[in-house]
Design a protein around this ligand. Sequence first.
Ligand code: F0G
Length: 364
Amino acid sequence: MPEKKILYKGLIETWRKYLPVSKKTPVITLFEGNTPLIRALKLEKIISKDIELYLKFEGMNPTGSFKDRGMTLAVSKAKEEGANAVICASTGNTSASAAAYAARAGMQCIVILPAGKIALGKLTQALMHGATVLAIDGNFDEALNIVKEIASKYPVTLVNSINPYRIEGQKTGAFEICGQFTPDYHAIPVGNAGNITAYWKGYKEFKSAGRIKNLPVMLGFQAEGAAPIVRGYPVEKPETLATAIRIGNPASWKQAEAARDESKGLIDMVSDEEIVNAYKLAAALEGVYCEPGSAASLAGVIKLAKQKYFSKRAGSKKAKVVCILTGHGLKDPDRAIKVSPPLVTVIPVLKEIMKHLKFTGAQK
Ligand code: F0G
């Protein structure tokens, strides 16, 4: 007899008990979540002998980022409440996800983007899923203010992470990690600060439910040119090549600080150079191709390890560090090309080709 197949049913069905849904909620799903948690032994070797490093690869969600966790719930609830349209401001991933889930729900999706600052892959997603896309000559923070105003005046549901259902959906990332082990440290990029808020909520809920004993220390990382929480004031003109987290005035600022303080963690910043270094390392050493903004978490762990942050706190066992890699590398092909060596074109002759291949050892 073949084993009975147990099919994965998506986030809402898996975690229904912990989510604000009822039998009446229409479940709009693309079977998001259930993403891999990958041990990164080669990275450990070069980063610190005091940690076990795991990469939670959220790029494996259906639209290629963690946003799908929040969007399945936000769009399902919008549908339940009778909405015909959703709206968001976005640095790219939220719009890709909102557009996909809206398409699935048969709803209109309106997207307002900062012109010229959206990675190509993300833009193609919003367009292909049929969203109404407008670019503004302004940044994400300005786009968010505009969509908030539109949602307050017109019959359209806002699906940015100030929508509480987004946070509820995204907290399931913490549940999945705890299904394997409870991390000692949780490293995460911080942009609009919804995701750090969501993970912290998830960990706390699992502790209250008696499913874990301890809570991780939360380590958030912003890009140096877009680090309002680290600096303590909004950044009017945020700048970073990690366009996903190019945000100067995060909506969930206070909640991110609460996660940091309650967990005795920190929110620090990493330079674009450190981000690119981590981005390349994860892809080249571990086979995990994330987008630049995602690599802020790994860049942060590398930075802290250099400062002996983990060694100073080392116990008898290695600390388990989870890095959330929030989005897929394919989202931003331009950056990958820019940081890679130029492609060499040669004539199709073996001798010519062999000149370029650095084979060591004798011919067979
Ligand atoms: N990583 C990626 C790949 C993102 O797209 C974002 C946010 C973040 C990290 C930061 O998460 O905002 O919850 O702190 N992207 C949003 C967007 C702003 O519009 O796609 P956060």
